[in-house]
Design a protein around this ligand. Sequence first.
Ligand code: ADP
Ligand code: MN
Ligand code: MN
Ligand code: MN
Length: 335
Amino acid sequence: MAKLKLEYIWLDGYTPTQSLRSKTKVLDSSKFSGKLEECPMWSFDGSSTEQAPGGSSDCLLKPVALFEDAGRKNGYLVMCEVLSADGSPHPSNGRATIDDDDGDFWFGFEQEYTLWVDGAPLGFPNGAGSYPAPQGPYYCSVGASNAFGREIIEEHLDICLESGLNVEGINAEVMAGQWEFQIFAKGAKRAGDEIWVARYLMERVGEKYGVSINWHCKPVKGDWNGSGMHANFSNTTLRTAGSKAVFEEICEKFSGTIQECIAVYGADNDQRLTGLHETQSIDKFSYGVSDRGASIRIPIAAVQNGWSGYLEDRRPASNADPYKVAAAIIKTVKG
Ligand code: ADP
Ligand code: MN
Ligand code: MN
Ligand code: MN
């Protein structure tokens, strides 16, 4: 009888940026046929993850999304919410704060990140303190002079697709060694689940190559692009608006929730949202059609489509928690 390997994945309690943790549960194939409902609840030592005191250390893992693990024999990936011992959502559990039970919100996250070796991006010469030619040629580049780490990101793409993640595309980004993948899902929770599992797989593929993944939003100071996680979102209202006024009304709502949004859009985002490098500064709010220097961009496609479609909030950083980002956006739109 086959033994199955279920990797339970959750977020720790570190602040201001939570990290991935995981451990393996081996199940007999007689007890598991590949359905989420069959994944048992589990627990872990919350005192080792800043989620509980040592004296009462148990936190609970509640399986919420299941994927195949294309990189592991008989493997599955089980994304979990963290609950306190009494079964209530743990304070670190951003997913539980998302108000989208009907799945009306669709999200497409553009996750940027930097491949990192010896304290510098892959492709930077001689590690920290040395710089390659100024940025310009690296974005969507091909060729060994400008594209660094393709083998790694190709392996990541394949493993994501084979595991059932809805990756919609990948591209080399503006800084050397910086890349992006996009994931789309109908339902905010599902989109967050897929981003976190894709991050997990990115970390794991990186291990094979001795390359770590730097999720920081401004990994190299100076005239180098930071890393974002643009949040493209829509609900039925936006998708069927047919009205410029509806788009503007929703954009205006965000001018009233700047602090709430920025609070969960990622640590050190002030280093990235400077008004340079295709960003609006962190203390300003603006929106505009096709405007990549705005906080929120109205894609030209929405206009061409008779003012129906989606919006792009460009402020979320690469190191933000997509669950908390989605929760803040939904709260703003519904507010
Ligand atoms: P850019 O780099 O030009 O900002 P990308 O192509 O990288 O754009 O990302 C655009 C994202 O928008 C994709 O992830 C896509 O899934 C998402 N998207 C497209 N339509 C919708 C929609 N109706 N609702 C939410 N997201 C959407
Ligand atoms: Mn993009
Ligand atoms: Mn990008
Ligand atoms: Mn974008």
